[in-house]
Design a protein around this ligand. Structure first.
Ligand code: BGC
Length: 685
């Protein structure tokens, strides 16, 4: 539609009709204007698949059987693959399923920074690092939107904790806002062209994000030129005038008194009284119609999508396989089927299904393969596998369960422990109280390792957990996330060596909670409903590096069943299509006897005037498949615009200057090669 056509359409609309389009007339839809053939917008959560249908007037499952869907790996699992193709395929799958279910907007992806290990929604987010988020979220959004569905990137912005999420007021300096917290959103807008964004519940610098002129008008609309729709989080609008006067377009909510939403009848009254100008509403309608047009809502041949397809299942299996992170391995993995003897599988998460938990990310999964089912599927018949739960929420039972588990472990040759967290802990609306494993698991694991020192420890969780009580005794530790409906099968393939693990941590695993920057430098959860991010730009590995604090497992860490050698590094400036890049070439060789993936991570250590700089920052990465003994030269182009730091003094990003150290590594603390490039970018512009 042309701008003129949009304006003409708006000029034909009555005030009541306009109002229908800017607030929820159902829990997940706006109103339609049938007279002008404008349909209602149908939305659905969320990041791990298209959510089940909810009744029209009460927030309850409709209990239908037609809304079972593909359960996709969580965002943290997708990010752990460090594979942009996997992110793109996940997006394509999610978009197609949303259309298949008749939706226009999928309320995903969530990309808030993982600031604290305690945040209940970390599993819905991607990383502590803005570069990893940006690189993964762009293909994911493109995949979604290629299906004539809008992504709704959430939660804009600074929604980094669930504790007091409705009212907590976040304060951070401008540099960390720009360099860390907004980078992913900026890429979602500028590079992926997301059609919608969800404004967060919390406040930022004294103002609710859904009313924030600074976030929604100055940054999002003016600086980033966003012309899509801003949709409020559910019940995030508190003030009619403020909401209408800033860049928010649609108010959504959780109560069924839809006519009394702020941006419904109360707004009509204010307009009629002359307290709010109707022209402000026209701008919102313009945004909404534009994005409806982009997703083909006015055309005959709009994509129709499909759900539960074989392709989606095949793709999520690949993602799940690549998301498993081998944290530690002293020669015990992979397991060899013929040498297993009697197998003991222990731990509640071996049999627990997670799809239906977590809050708005819950899914009615078509199926979900638990780890024990996956193990049995991969092992085939004739292997003796016995199971003991080992722990439970019920503390009275836990001693009995522990003793039975230890007994089984004593009488078995191979012991696989599968524990960690579940959605009672990794969940919307709450943060964990600490980073400890719940249900006395530390004790159980320590005792299992006494009984069988080769016990393999698998953690299923969406966030790091403390492991220091037993980590030195464990020979093999594996991190498996909520990895979708094929997750249990993928884990089993990795344990049995059918798949060579290639996941890398998208977040630092601290030794103890107190080591984590939000907790030792910053505030969490804050006091008097205010939280100051005093750690500034030193989130995640930026903090551990700067202060020489050794984490349990560092950002980017993940082992393979083979080994890689980095043989050379070289860098230069290049120009492609009139844009300048730093081209880094790294030669990597698989020196083991198994084929496998390596993720080559490029970190840089820059200088920017007299600014305080991190020791290094991730600037690019590439995941590469290398056959046994194969060597490849990997070429990674890094946009020079990403080699900038935000100057609070000048209120803009500044190019780096002087010598920049460029490092290629297998993780943030395993740098293999480095070189130096001299930056004089001001002259090049
Ligand atoms: C969550 C959003 C979600 C919305 C709709 C809110 O409570 O914060 O992420 O999309 O509910 O279910």
């Amino acid at each position: 539609m042309t701008q003129k056509e949009i304006c003409e359409l708006i000029s034909q609309m009555t005030l009541d009709e306009k109002i229908k389009m800017i607030h929820g007339e159902g829990f997940f839809n706006t109103g339609a204007v049938e007279r002008l053939s404008i349909p209602s917008l149908k939305m659905s959560d969320g990041p791990m698949g298209v959510r089940h249908e909810i009744k029209p007037k009460v927030w309850e499952d409709k209990y239908e059987t037609e809304d079972f869907v593909t359960y996709f790996p969580s965002n943290v699992a997708i990010a752990s693959t460090w594979n942009k193709d996997r992110a793109y395929e996940s997006g394509c799958g999610l978009g197609a399923e949303a259309r298949g279910r008749g939706k226009d907007v999928i309320l995903a992806p969530g990309i808030n920074i993982m600031r604290t290990p305690l945040c209940g929604r970390n599993f819905e987010y991607m990383s502590e690092d803005p570069c990893l988020i940006s690189n993964m979220v762009v293909p994911l959004i493109k995949g979604i939107q290629e299906n004539d569905v809008a992504a709704c990137v959430k939660h804009f912005a600074m929604n980094n904790q669930e504790e007091q999420r409705m009212e907590v007021d976040v304060y951070t300096d401008e540099r960390s806002l720009r360099e860390i917290y907004l980078r992913g959103f900026e890429s979602a807008v500028k590079k992926a062209g997301t059609y919608s964004i969800m404004s967060a519940y919390n406040k930022f610098r004294g103002e609710h994000c859904s009313h924030s002129k600074y976030l929604l008008d100055k940054i999002l609309r003016d600086e980033w030129n966003f012309d899509g729709a801003v949709i409020s989080d559910w019940d995030a609008v508190h003030d009619i005038k403020k909401a209408v006067e800033c860049g928010l377009d649609i108010e959504m909510g959780t109560n069924s008194d839809f006519d009394n939403y702020n941006m419904a009848n109360p707004l009509i009254e204010k307009i009629k009284k002359g307290e709010i100008a109707e022209s402000l509403i026209d701008k919102k309608i313009e945004h909404i119609i534009k994005f409806m047009d982009k997703i083909g809502m006015f055309k005959e041949d709009r994509k129709i999508g499909t759900y539960n397809s074989n392709v989606h299942r095949e793709n999520i299996l690949k993602t799940a396989e690549e998301s498993v992170v081998l944290l530690k391995n002293e020669g015990v993995l992979p397991l060899q089927r013929k040498k297993l003897g009697k197998v003991a599988v222990i731990g509640d998460n071996a049999q627990k299904l997670h799809a239906s938990g977590g809050g708005s990310a819950e899914i009615k999964a078509l199926y979900e393969i638990s780890p024990i089912l996956g193990l049995k599927m991969v092992l085939g018949g004739d292997v003796s596998v016995e199971y003991e739960r080992g722990y439970s929420q019920d503390t009275e039972k836990s001693e009995i369960l522990k003793q039975s588990a230890l007994e089984l472990a004593k009488n078995s040759d191979t012991v696989i422990y599968i524990g960690g967290l579940n959605h009672d802990y990794d969940s919307e609306g709450l943060d964990r109280k600490d980073m400890k494993l719940p249900y006395n698991q530390d004790e159980l694991i320590s005792e299992l390792l006494e009984v069988n020192p080769n016990t393999i420890i698998v953690m299923v969780s969406g966030s790091p957990v403390e492991m220091y009580k037993w980590i030195d005794k464990a020979k093999a530790v594996v991190q498996s996330w909520y990895a979708g409906m094929e997750g249990g099968f993928a884990l089993a393939e990795v344990l049995l060596g059918k798949v060579n693990p290639s996941g890398k941590l998208p977040v630092t695993f601290p030794l103890k909670l107190e080591d984590s920057p939000a907790h030792c430098l910053g505030e969490y959860p804050g006091s008097d409903k205010k939280v100051h991010y005093n750690e500034g730009i030193y989130t995640g590995y930026r903090y551990y590096d700067k202060n020489s604090v050794k984490p349990l497992f560092c950002f980017g860490h993940g082992l393979s069943y083979t080994n890689f050698e980095y043989n050379s590094i070289d860098s230069q400036f290049v120009e492609v299509d009139n844009k300048k890049y730093v081209r880094v070439k790294v030669s990597v060789k698989n020196i083991g006897d198994r084929d496998g993936y390596e993720t080559v991570q490029i970190y840089m250590s820059g200088n920017c005037g007299n600014m305080d700089m991190p020791v290094k920052e991730l600037k690019g990465f590439e995941k590469v498949f290398l056959k046994a003994s194969e060597e490849k030269e990997i070429v990674i182009d890094i946009d020079v615009d990403d080699c900038m730091s935000y100057s609070e003094e000048k209120e803009c990003f500044e190019y780096w200057n002087d010598e920049v150290k460029i490092m290629a590594g297998s993780s943030s603390c395993d740098i293999k090669r480095e070189c130096v490039l001299c930056f004089a970018l001001k002259k090049m512009n």
